[in-house]
Design a protein around this ligand. Sequence first.
Ligand SMILES: [Zn+2]
Length: 59
Amino acid sequence: MNDFRCRCGALLFRAVAIRDTLEIKCRRCGTVITMRPTEPPPERRERPSGDCSCRSDPN
Ligand SMILES: [Zn+2]
């Protein structure tokens, strides 16, 4: 669980989920902060180096 704090230091507890973004309004200074929910990191598909088993040449 994350606590959202405004730049003024007030704890932002009022969060309204609007589609994919999160809109939070500070009650102290009235600043509206929009943020995206944490997205899962993109799956990086890297080839394993030096491990090709498709063809083996015993020498
Ligand atoms: Zn604020």
